[in-house]
Design a protein around this ligand. Sequence first.
Ligand SMILES: [Zn+2]
Length: 350
Amino acid sequence: MNDYMVRGTAANAQLRVFAATTKETAERARLAHNTSPVMTAALGRLLTAGAMMGSMMKGEEDILTLQIRGEGPGKGLTVTADAKGNVKGYALVPQVILPANEKGKLDVGGALMGREYYRSAGENVPEEGAGIPDGGQRAEEDAPGASGKEPEAAEKSREAPAGENEPAAPVGGVLSVIKDLGMKEPYVGQTALQTGEIAEDLTYYFAVSEQTPSSVGLGVLMEKNNTVKQAGGFIIQLMPFAEDAVIEKLERNLQRIKPVTTMLEEGLTPEGILETVLEGMDIEWTDRLPVQFYCNCSKERVEKALVSIGKKELTDIIAEGKTIEVKCHFCDHSYEFTVEDMKELLKQAE
Ligand SMILES: [Zn+2]
C-alpha cells in the first residue's frame, strides 16, 4: 500500500491544501473494470479527487459521491469515497478508445463530454487543471436534496445504474457532488462540465457551488502496456480571508508548475508536489492518510438490495428457475443467488 494523501494549510492558514499519490488505486480500478487507457485516466483522476474531497468531510460515516454524466462516448463516471481515504468507482462505458487530443494526451474531455462540446483546456490553463477561476457566469444548478441517487444505489440495481432519474444535463454534461452527511437528505451540488477533463470541472464546481476558489490538478500516466504508471493530484483552496498577495503568489506558482504526472515521474511525493506548488509559502502539515480502492460490498448488502426490488420482481426471477449472478458495479465482484436463496429473500420482501 503506497498510495496516500497529505493534508495541511499554508500561508498562515489562508490556504487549505491536499495532495495524493494514487497509482495503486487507479490500477486497481483498471483491473476491476478492464478500462481502456482514456477511461482509466478519467476514472483515476476522479478517484484521486474523490479521495481528497472525501477527507474534507467531518463524520466517520459521511459518504461523498462524485458523478459525471456527459455526452461523450464514455457517458460518465461514478466515484464514492469516505472520509478516511477509501474510494471506489466505475465508468459507465469502460472501453472507449479515442485518438489522442491535440496535445497528444489521452482525450478524457472528448471521452466524457464528446468532441462537439469539448474545448481544449485552453492556453491559460496548465495541463491537467490548476488555475483559480473567477467564478463564472455559466448556468449552474444547486439543488440540495433534489434528485441525485443515493451513494449505494448502484448496488441495489441489477442493471447499470445510469439513466434513470438523472437530472436534465446541461450541454455537454454535468458534475454532481453528493454528500451524505447523515442528515435526512443528502447535499447535492451540480455544475455544468467545463472541459470534461475533470480537474477544471471540479475547480468550477468549487467556485460556483461551494463559493470556495480552488485550484485542482489531477493526472494519470499510462505505461506502454496500458497499466497505470503514475496517478495523483492536488487541491488548493483559498480561505475567505486569503490576502491578495497570497493569491497572486499562488497564481504565479500555478503558471510555472509542470503537470502532476510529470512531477510524479520526477519522483516528487505528495509533500513534494505541494512544496513545489506552494513555493515560498509556509506549509503546515495536518496529517497523512492512506488511500485505497476499497469496496464495502458483501453478499448481505446484495441480499438487501434484492429484497428491496420487491415481491413481484423477485417472483419473476424465481419463475425463471435459474441461479442468478449479481455484480457489484463498483468492484465487479459477483455474487450468486440460487432459486432457493431467492425464495428465502422473497419471504423477507414486503
Ligand atoms: Zn463491490
